[in-house]
Design a protein around this ligand. Structure first.
Ligand SMILES: Nc1ncnc2c1ncn2[C@@H]1O[C@H](COP(=O)(O)OP(=O)(O)O)[C@@H](O)[C@H]1O
Ligand SMILES: C[C@@](O)(CCOP(=O)(O)O)CC(=O)O
Ligand SMILES: [Mg+2]
Length: 395
């Protein structure tokens, strides 16, 4: 039997980075997903390995289970969601090093480490094969790391005693509230391995979907009927969230008072964005007014992200290009390159959108329009034994 899980990427409408320092932020899921399939071999497979296939980078890693047992002599499982200790990180690093990850893909080591921590914490040293593929660009600000951790946690938990399997349900199914919480907690532990100091907003929006406000670990699910259209421009400039988050923390240490004011300003912007998004939309005029306010808040947030030092020449080029069409733009995610959001007002003609996209593509950028605010993590079983509804636990 195999389980497949999928978890969405996200855009941050307001508050990235500042959210790591306690400000509010607003994020929405997008309809681009990371998929993980996981299966335990049958005795006939005679496979005593734990394998991870990363299709997006055409790499596969595997470890004999005996080698993992040797590296983790004191492994206890299953354990409740907890951080990987420095000592265990070192043990996992030795397993990852053995795989000779190509230098050009070295950022993957953190993701592979997160996989080993999540899998062994929940299942111990068991042979299994996980296959990952994604519709998201990796390392571009659309939350691929969180979608990876959420989809992995979901697939790993869906084949554990923590989830009662419902075989009567074919196709994608959603977790119950307690299980979602567990998936989110484990995914956060994975994000810690990849990001160093994540706020938790990315894994939370990927787990719960839709639109959320997030502050100091507290989730508020936003209800909105405002149509929101964003053009996502990928500058294709590579960057690394962990390094950017660390650079903002270093600037905060150097200028604590000034940065505290920046974070307070971002907090107000995020709260205002959340209020606008949630307020009723009686007519087109009201939508236009709201869009104008949102556009201004996005510009203000971008200015503050520049203050934090996370903009980039490529992002500034997108800003200048869209400004020619009086459109407002801000970076999304960690910045330093990656993806940029441009608000497309409801009354903006398709011809103008086409022209903006053509201009941006001439600069070598890639534009995409993603659906905003869809489902969070989902899972489905395949190769189900024919025993009817709710066959109980398998592990
Ligand atoms: N589909 C995937 N396959 C392999 N690793 C992934 C995948 N998605 C995410 N990752 C991991 O997440 C890292 C990128 O995370 P990050 O720098 O936070 O960028 P973002 O989350 O904005 O895409 C990658 O270097 C890798 O370790
Ligand atoms: C910069 C930050 O606010 C968002 C990072 O998003 P991404 O990994 O760039 O998609 C960090 C965080 O909140 O954990
Ligand atoms: Mg990330």
């Amino acid at each position: 039997m195999e389980v497949r899980a999928r978890a969405p990427g996200k855009i941050i409408l307001a508050g990235e980075h500042a959210v790591v320092h306690g400000s509010a932020a607003v994020a929405a899921s997008i309809d681009l997903y990371t998929y993980v399939s996981l299966r335990f071999p049958t005795p006939a497979d005679n496979d005593e390995r734990l394998s991870l296939q990363l299709k997006d980078v055409s790499l596969e890693f595997s470890w004999p289970v005996a080698r993992i047992k040797e590296a983790f002599p004191n492994l206890e499982n299953p354990i409740p969601p907890s951080s990987c200790s420095l000592e265990t990180l070192k043990l996992i690093a030795s397993l990852v090093d053995e795989q000779n990850i190509p230098e050009s893909n070295i950022g993957l080591a953190a993701g592979v480490t997160a996989f080993l921590w999540l899998f062994t914490s929940i299942h111990g040293c068991k042979p299994a094969k996980a296959v990952v593929n994604s519709e998201l660009p990796l390392g571009s600000g659309l939350g691929s790391s969180a979608a990876f951790c959420v989809a992995l946690s979901a697939a790993i938990l869906a084949l554990s005693d923590s989830v009662t399997m419902d075989f009567s349900h074919r196709g994608w199914q959603v977790f119950g509230e307690n299980q979602l919480e567990l998936v989110n907690k484990w995914a956060f532990e994975g994000e810690k391995i990849i990001h160093g100091k994540p706020s938790g907003i990315d894994n939370t929006v990927s787990t719960y979907g839709n639109m959320i406000k997030f502050k100091s670990g507290d989730l508020t699910r936003l209800k909105t009927n405002m149509p929101l259209k964003m053009l996502i421009t990928n500058t294709k400039v590579g960057r690394n969230t962990k390094a950017l988050v660390a650079s903002v923390s270093e600037r905060t240490l150097r200028h604590p008072t000034a940065m505290a004011s920046v974070f307070t300003a971002v907090d107000s912007i995020s709260n205002e964005v959340a209020a606008i998004i949630q307020s009723p939309v009686p007519d087109d005029l009201a939508i236009t007014e709201k869009e104008e306010k949102l556009a201004e808040l996005m510009e203000m947030n971008q200015g503050l992200l520049q203050c934090m030092g996370v903009s980039h020449a490529s992002i500034e080029t997108v800003l200048r290009t869209t400004l020619k069409y009086k459109l407002s733009t801000k970076l999304t995610g960690a910045g330093g390159g990656g993806c940029v959001l441009t608000l497309l007002p409801t009354l903006l003609s398709g011809t103008v959108v086409d022209k903006v996209v053509a201009d941006l593509e001439t600069c070598g950028f890639q534009c995409l329009l993603a659906g905003i605010g869809g489902n969070g993590v989902e899972f489905s079983y395949s190769g189900i034994p024919d025993i009817g509804a709710n066959g109980g636990n398998f592990s």
